[in-house]
Design a protein around this ligand. Structure first.
Ligand code: NI
Length: 399
């Protein structure tokens, strides 16, 4: 790489800058943690992040995709490619019970999914390159997106054009079951596709004592639920997970009146692209068969949510090698299993290949609560690891 320091020196420099920034990163993260905002309302968060970026001399575009931010880091022109780095900024409607000195000051709102850490990693990475003073061979576009928790923010950002001219994208998400300061790596599927489903079954009302004169929508709804759960085990490839959860059921008017209508609402999760493509028709097939058999009609509303995050193999290799070179081989924790949770990072992957790594935030001597728990706490060692990993991966992308 002409005009650039050699690899080992460069990684050492990135790490040294990030180490110097560490106290500032902790302050930033604590400020964000104390001031959580709901999805789509990240006004103060975005203004604060924009202030941090501007103070480092970085040009910030505000109000992109509603409350998102974009920062363009121009390269030397040696490589025409553009790499995007995406983080998210929103919090959750959860009352924090962590007892931290910098706990949420907003009643009923909490950074319980670590997006305060993600935003800090994005800011820290941009700060490292601002400090480095040597242009990278190619261009980097930092994306600070709103509304990940409602699976909308990435779509707003993409609609605003942030993926135009992007060749690859990197992302990060914290994980409390990985020790603080470690980096979780997975090749291929990382998170599941998550779609919404609503099935309305219509029968015919009647007297509870004379079911033969009616068509019982509750009984038929029970058949639909049972049939779908059994059909997964008998007709779907067992190596390609599929989860259908009906978390809501509505129907009936009185204990002694046969229900003429039942609505089932649920979520559909899968990992394999073939399952994703075929599952809406597969569900309809069973719903139609059951309803026809028992004389009911139905309405099926299948709404696509977000696709599965599939980590690109070459980019995953880059991130893993960069983290190992900058932080040592021990930093990597290979993730054997994907998650059936969802991440709207996948929406960007419809436009360019990408890689999301898991950032370990587990504490050593304290209980670790899961993501979205009111007592969720992160190990702040992860801030340095996250920034060094992201910055090293960005640097290594061009090599
Ligand atoms: Ni999250």
């Amino acid at each position: 790489m002409t005009g650039m320091l050699d690899d080992a020196l460069m990684l050492e420099k990135i790490r040294a800058i990030a180490e110097d920034l560490s106290p500032r990163l902790i302050d930033i993260r604590r400020h964000l943690h104390a001031h959580p905002e709901l999805s789509g309302h990240e006004h103060q968060t975005a203004a604060y992040a924009a202030g941090v970026l501007s103070s480092c001399g970085l040009p910030v575009q505000e109000s992109v995709g509603r409350t998102g931010l974009v920062v363009e880091l121009e390269g030397s022109g040696q490589d025409p490619r553009r790499l995007a780095v995406r983080t998210d900024m929103d919090a959750l409607p959860i009352e924090e019970r962590s007892d931290l000195a910098f706990a949420s000051r907003q009643p009923g709102l909490m950074h319980a999914c670590g997006h305060d850490v993600h935003t800090t990693v994005g800011l820290g990475t941009a700060m490292v390159f601002a400090e480095l003073g040597v242009p990278l061979p190619g261009n980097v576009r930092f994306l600070f997106q709103p509304a990940e928790e409602i699976s909308q923010g990435a779509r707003w950002m993409v609609a605003a054009g942030v993926m135009e001219g992007v060749d690859a994208i990197l992302g990060v998400h914290v994980f409390p079951t990985i020790p603080g300061g470690k980096v979780g790596i997975r090749y291929g599927a990382l998170t599941a596709a998550a779609d919404d489903i609503e099935v309305t079954i219509r029968g015919e009302s009647g007297h509870g004592a004379r079911p033969h004169e009616a068509i019982d929508a509750i009984w038929i709804a029970a058949q639909v639920i049972t049939t779908l759960q059994q059909a997964i085990s008998r007709t779907q490839n067992s190596l390609h997970p599929l989860v259908i959860t009906f978390g809501q059921i509505k129907g009936g008017r009185a204990p002694n009146v046969i229900a003429d209508q039942v609505t089932l609402s649920g979520t559909v999760r899968c990992l394999h692209p073939e399952t994703y493509a075929t599952v809406p028709d597969w569900i309809e097939h069973w719903v139609q068969n059951v309803c026809q058999t028992y004389g009911a009609t139905y309405e099926l509303n299948y709404r696509r949510g977000v696709p599965s995050v599939q980590n690109d193999i070459a980019l995953t290799q880059i991130v893993q090698a960069a983290a190992e070179s900058a932080l040592g081989k021990d930093v990597i924790q290979t993730l054997l299993e994907p998650s059936l949770g969802a991440e709207d990072f996948s929406v960007y992957l419809e436009h360019a290949p990408g890689m999301m790594f898991r950032l370990g935030v587990g504490l050593e001597d304290q209980p670790n609560y899961p993501l979205h728990h009111p007592k969720f706490v992160v190990n702040e060692r992860s801030l340095l690891t996250g920034v060094v990993t992201m910055a090293a991966a960005v640097y290594r992308y061009w090599v």
